[in-house]
Design a protein around this ligand. Sequence first.
Ligand code: CTP
Length: 414
Amino acid sequence: MKVTVGVSGGIAAYKAAELVRALQQQALDVHVVMTAGAQRFITPLTFAALTGHRVIIGLWDSDGEVPNANSAIEHISEAQSTQTLVIAPTTADILARLAHGLADDFLTTMALATPAPLVLAPAMNVQMWEHPATQANLATLQQRGARIVVPDSGYLACGMLGDGRLAKIESIVAAVLNVLHRRHDLANETVLVTAGGTREPLDPVRFLGNRSSGKMGYALAEAAQARGARVILISAPTRLNPPAGCEFVPVTTTQEMRQAVLKQLPQSTLVIKAAAVADYRPRVQAEQKIKRTGPITIELEPTEDILAEVVRARKTGTLVIGFAAETERPLEHARGKLARKGADAIVLNDVARPEIGFDSDRNAATFLTATTSIDLPEMPKRALADRILDEVLVLRRPRLVVAELDAVSSRATR
Ligand code: CTP
């Protein structure tokens, strides 16, 4: 498996040589890309000797003048063929350029062009690290799915004490292995995700809706896709763009969502119902705009419970995960929902917490099954999506776990 190490211009650049070695010890084929700044701290020759590959140091040929068609193609192929791009050290400047999508050298161009996951190991002076601009750039990149290996604390090259020292090499290697391993762990799954808030029309211009932004569902679709799944995203209206590569089915009402879900169910191996589905719809939809005539009463009828229907109609082996957004006694209500609907798990959101409420880019959740309750602390929704998928995958192996536990307990009692 091929991994690209990007080295940017900080004093910790010399530690990248150690990182290259450590990744090679994991049987990875390591390639190196250096920024101009990095070359002031360590030479490309060091990395060429360690890796046995030419080190890419710029967008242009070595004469610095004439773009060479072959090298341009080689550059794109580097971006396409690598399985992970790990940038260590990541300077504050590179973080800012990545966050803004600049592509003015090879490393930043590659970061835009590659479909591979991005692992960033920042290293810088403590004040630069703590600066709101750096922290905002980090949050943006994390939100887009980059994996951040946070710096260690200690004495820095500038003589100050604090956060900013490049994380331990073994932590960076562990992060790379983690994303590589995750990369294809959903390769055999067809994941159906529902997202957004359904709308039930009252008249030609009004509807009953809810405050769901769709961000959690879209993050799940994106994460599942990045992990190799075929993804079908059935979405009620949102302001979001569907992740590239997903099969996208736009719907508006609960009834339309139900029909789309039941149509796609036979081919799905994992259903994640993140949508906020209306529980009631107007019994009749007015043909013309309702005029103001004083108080009116609108009669509502219950909608179909799509989740419960999916649980009943699914084929053996298809996992079904529901969501519960609660404002009071969250655990009790979510446990009730899990039992009532028969889902394999419920992702519980406590929407009474304003900092992670509707439309927020961050979220915290509890992943509930009949026998377990796992707290997933506050983090960007994209990162939470991966944590949820990690827990879903644990459900795929329950028998193995039980068998292993049996084996352990029989060994222990022998
Ligand atoms: N759901 C569904 N169809 C509905 C309502 C909800 O499929 N008509 C799904 C949601 O997508 C979510 C889960 O069921 O995954 C829980 O939704 P929620 O509205 O919290 O559950 P309800 O059963 O409607 O309970 P409540 O009384 O709290 O509204």
